[in-house]
Design a binder for this molecule. Structure first.
Ligand code: UD1
Length: 413
């Protein structure tokens, strides 16, 4: 049984599900096939945060949808646990797989580590508690990452999930070291690489067929340079509570971005949390809303995905308000979150990514796009030592300096 909940989980699972399918196709005796159930907690529920990724990645529809929706950390985590427990008791899987560091990850790992399947279960693969009752194995993919910043909710989720997992699958060498330092047995640790990057490599070519660059006016048809008629642009994502919930920090970041946009247009993919803060703080003037932007309703409820609902095409969220789109001018252009393929296409051709996301640090590293991370630390140090990532923090001057220096440096080696 695999558990997904929030946007970054979907791409990490896509390649695991591919691997399960490949394995099952190679096994002739059905007795040895993996019976796989996909559980979606519903932590993310907007079409642009969830269903769009299922469509783009060809993920199967969840077998079980918990429909938890948003809430405080405690309420959301507790709600996931309460709804997941009966699911585990009913299906009694041998293994549960969780990925990453979101609330759904920690909540479901915790439930599985304490569940008691009862004596009637004979399956020898299950873990036996001291009391003799059995529980499933817990496997954590992307284990061992540490920012060493316990003010981050994700850091708490990582430490907790790793401490109670039976199999720890790590994506970079630092993860192995961190787990060993925390006293986790070497026998439980498997250095397997990065499943999110496997997904990126698989979809990279397909993403090039996306029409997102045209839709955003990033292709200048009158500009016929030797190599490309692409307008240089940057991409911005911003959603961490520490950046957007604090008015002063958010202002520092936006002042920096305003300066950077004097040199190149920046496309801002606005997370629902950030949209709410922009409205609350009255920051609309920083943004250009040239594109139709569908703001989420504050009351939007978690809804079970409807299998019969129409399957819209990628980039449906971006509708130009101008019929004959002029090439995009400098400025901070706000767009609702994109699906996987559109975003991959947009990121692949960008001159610069500015972000506070974890995954984008890794994706830009593999794409060799300079990445400016608006945080004081990273749990993915390999992206700074072997990749394109620079930790720039939230100081206005530092952000501007680093962004302009990256933009003016032509090629990333
Ligand atoms: C979560 C993860 C974070 C990850 C991010 C990716 C945790 C602790 N955080 O943060 O690690 O980087 O997902 O996006 O699990 N909302 C909607 N529609 C949605 C989802 C959220 O409107 O589909 C709004 C709600 O107002 C909600 C807020 O966004 O309260 C935050 O959502 P939540 O899932 O609590 O955390 P994220 O900030 O998305």
């Amino acid at each position: 049984m695999s558990v997904v909940g929030a946007r970054p989980n979907f791409m990490k699972f896509a390649s695991i599900i591919d691997a399960i399918n490949r394995y099952n196709n190679s096994v002739h005796n059905s007795k040895f096939r993996i019976q796989h159930l996909l559980v979606h907690s519903g932590q993310h529920y907007d079409d642009s945060m969830s269903e769009a990724f299922f469509r783009d990645l060809g993920l199967p529809r969840p077998d079980i949808y918990l429909g938890v929706g948003s809430g405080t950390h405690a309420a959301q985590t507790a709600d996931i646990m309460k709804r997941f427990e009966p699911v585990l008791l009913e299906h009694q899987p041998d293994v549960i797989i969780v990925v990453g560091d979101v609330n759904s990850t920690a909540a479901c790992a915790l439930v599985a580590s304490k569940i008691q399947h009862g004596d009637s279960i004979q399956n020898s693969k299950l873990i036996t508690h001291n009391s003799g009752v059995k529980r499933p194995l817990v496997a954590h993919v992307e284990a061992g990452l540490r920012s060493f910043d316990r003010t981050m909710p994700e850091e708490i989720n990582r430490i907790l999930t790793d401490a109670i997992s039976d199999y720890l699958f790590t994506s970079e060498e630092s993860g192995n070291q961190n787990l060993l330092c925390e006293g986790i047995s070497r026998k439980k640790i498997f250095f397997v690489g990065n499943t999110m990057i496997d997904t990126l490599l698989k979809h990279r070519e397909k993403a090039q067929q996306s029409k997102i660059l045209e839709k955003l006016g990033l292709i200048n048809l009158e500009l016929k340079t030797e190599n490309s008629n692409l307008i240089p642009y940057g991409v911005l994502t911003l959603h961490r509570p520490s950046n957007v919930d604090n008015k002063e920090t958010f202002t520092n970041i936006l002042e920096a971005i305003k300066e950077v946009t004097k040199h190149l247009p920046i496309i801002f993919l606005a997370h629902p949390r950030t949209v709410n803060r922009i409205k609350e703080f009255g920051f609309e003037n920083y943004f250009d809303f040239r594109f139709q932007f569908l703001t989420p309703s504050p009351q939007s409820k978690a809804v079970r995905p409807n299998p019969s609902s129409p399957q819209p095409q990628s980039s449906k969220g971006v509708k130009s308000l101008a019929s004959n789109l002029q090439p995009l001018a400098c400025g901070l252009h706000c767009v609702e979150p994109l699906g996987y393929l559109d975003f991959l296409c947009l990121m692949s051709s960008a001159k610069l990514a500015i972000t506070d996301s974890g995954g984008i640090q890794e994706e830009t590293t593999i794409l060799r796009i300079p990445c400016m991370t608006l945080r004081e630390n990273t749990e993915r140090p390999i992206t700074t030592t072997q990749g394109t990532n620079v930790i720039v923090g939230t100081n206005t001057r530092k952000i501007v300096e680093e962004c302009l220096s990256a933009f003016h440096t032509k090629k990333v080696s």
